[in-house]
Design a protein around this ligand. Structure first.
Ligand code: SF4
Length: 434
């Protein structure tokens, strides 16, 4: 019989945590020590296998330290993960050594709540506030400052919302915001105005019915993207209610789900969820991934399970300063995604929500990254870099300058190596046949 749990783990042999990566445990830490992890200085520079070994060791040590009596069955139960999210300063401060900045940010109580699943928390470096994964989920004081151009709803989604929960911007498709809950809150979330807030919580069929009625009344809508919040924080039954209701609408050709669950809550991808989803094809999924260190064995198994069920997977990544805004990190991410059968789909310029200036990069950085990928690696690995235009203009693709002009009816094109080539792009002219 198929197991409902995703991950059956082997018992950890004594000493494996250090032996596999050649690292020493921090054995004599005193004071408000969170736990006996490694000092940042002990982290070896090196190829990916070493980095993932370090990450896995850290995750095992975290579990031993903070959830010693939790069984594998409990740990691998997504509801247990949700129930045991880290949501307050005291708990967070026990698990990682908070910097002054982080402590102040927690005290300031910004609008976006804190929640981190134990799974994701186990990947966080307790010593290093600059660690990429840590910065994406642990608040910073920068969140408290609104810079010029930042607004609560930069994409004007509320203006394009004919009924609560529906954003109808493009001609043939809608965004359907079905919940305000996420298992883990990203500090750069475009919808920070609504996620985690009490009036956008959980299962509420009344707005869902209105949204479904709107879609049914608009035959031009052929594509519905379920998002939020994270739709995969819903249990199978309400989720199936939503999806099956949409499937009954004849003009809805495809359904998509936008989620970060395979990354922050991979336990959610159970056999029963996947069995349910595959009844409603064509169903696609966009997986939110920010950094290659998120691509754990659990995430790999979750994506494999979805892909095996015939669900095409694409990724959505927000370009984030100091987190993934260099070619090498992005290359590791897109290669890692392809290896777990996720096509890198969109790379987003970070939206100007309040308190996001520390995350935003110049657009030239994004273009540099695309230039560093295109031609240098598999075409499938290259996402489309877009700005979701503030003011509701929709996604606008950005490309480095490959087309550099025209001369004598020919197009001048620059290739990935910087060499210039010509393409005959004038009106057809009769030539001499040899
Ligand atoms: S998972 Fe998506 S909706 Fe939830 S906080 Fe992160 S970016 Fe926002």
């Amino acid at each position: 019989m198929e197991s409902e749990t995703l991950f059956v783990e082997e018992a950890e042999p004594p000493g494996r945590m250090t032996d596999s990566v050649g690292l020493k445990q921090h054995s004599n830490f005193e004071g408000p020590s969170p736990h006996p992890f490694f000092t940042p200085a002990a982290i070896p520079a090196g190829p990916l296998p070493r980095q993932s070994a370090l990450r896995d060791s850290r995750a095992r040590a975290f579990r031993k330290r903070f959830f010693p009596n939790v069984t594998h069955k409990e740990w691998n139960d997504w509801r247990w993960q949700l129930r045991n999210r880290i949501c307050d300063l005291a708990t967070l401060g026990r698990m990682i050594r908070l910097s002054e900045d982080e402590r102040h940010a927690m005290g300031a109580g910004g609008s976006l709540p804190l929640a981190i699943t134990p799974h994701y928390m186990s990947l966080i470096d307790p010593w290093n506030p600059s660690q990429a994964l840590r910065r994406t989920v642990v608040p910073s004081v920068h969140e408290c400052f609104r810079s010029v151009g930042e607004t609560d709803d930069p994409l004007h989604e509320d203006e394009d919302s004919p009924v609560p929960g529906i954003v109808h911007r493009y001609p043939d498709r809608v965004l359907f915001l079905v919940t305000g809950i996420c298992s883990t809150y990203c500090r750069y979330c475009t919808r920070s105005r609504m996620v985690g807030h009490p009036n956008h919580h959980g299962v509420n069929t009344e707005p869902w019915e209105k949204g479904i009625a709107y879609i049914a009344a608009h035959p031009e809508i052929r594509d519905v993207l379920l998002s939020g919040g994270d739709p995969l924080t819903l249990a199978d039954e309400p989720l199936e209610w939503l999806i099956s209701s949409l499937r009954r609408i004849p003009h809805v050709e495809m359904i998509r789900i936008g989620t970060k669950a395979p990354v922050v809550l991979p336990q959610r991808i159970t056999p029963s969820l996947v069995r349910m989803l595959k009844r409603y094809h064509p169903l696609w999924m966009s997986v939110h991934a920010a950094h290659p260190d998120e691509l754990t064995e659990e995430t790999r198994k979750a994506c494999m399970r979805l892909a095996d069920a015939g669900i095409p997977l694409g990724s959505q990544t927000v370009l984030l300063s100091g987190i993934n805004d260099d070619v090498e990190t992005m290359k590791r991410l897109v290669h890692g995604l392809l290896m777990i059968r996720v096509k890198p789909y969109y790379l987003y310029q970070c939206d100007p929500i309040p308190g996001s200036s520390h995350f935003r990069t110049p657009v030239s950085r994004g273009l540099e990254i695309i230039r560093g990928l295109r031609g240098f690696t598999t075409g499938y690995a290259v996402p489309t870099y877009v700005i979701d235009a503030p003011g509701g203009g929709g996604k606008i693709p950005l490309l480095p300058e490959y087309c550099i002009g025209r001369e004598n009816g020919e197009l001048l094109l620059r290739n990935y190596e910087g060499k210039v080539f010509r393409y005959p792009d004038g009106p057809p002219q009769e030539g001499v046949i040899h």
